[in-house]
Design a protein around this ligand. Sequence first.
Ligand code: 5GP
Ligand code: ZN
Length: 114
Amino acid sequence: MENCIFCKIINGDIPSKKLYEDELVYAFYDVNPEAPIHFLVIPKEHIESTNDLNPNNINVVSHIFKVINKLVVDLGVSQKGYRIVNNCGEDGGQTVNHLHFHVLASRNLQWPPG
Ligand code: 5GP
Ligand code: ZN
């Protein structure tokens, strides 16, 4: 999708610190980390938000969770814990309209969020 920051990251037009990539997803560190470990996992297909999931594209979400499961082990935070966040729409605080899951770890995260 033209003018989508995350599509540009996927195709290499915007540099990113890559953690993992396969045919379906791309994982990279957030440029503005909110925790010592803060990365994003995104589908390569441009899906705007969770509102745009449907029976044809929803399988990528289980794949994203599979990838998160592997990355938190690789990064050594699976046992201490971490938080997976998806922001949807204006009230949800979504600023980039390409579906993404934040993974935050390596500090004691508070609840509820602001
Ligand atoms: P949202 O607020 O939409 O849930 O999250 C978007 C996230 O993308 C933010 O945490 C923001 O720091 C991150 N982000 C925005 N632009 C870029 C970028 O160009 N590179 C990287 N690595 N992260 C970005
Ligand atoms: Zn996109």
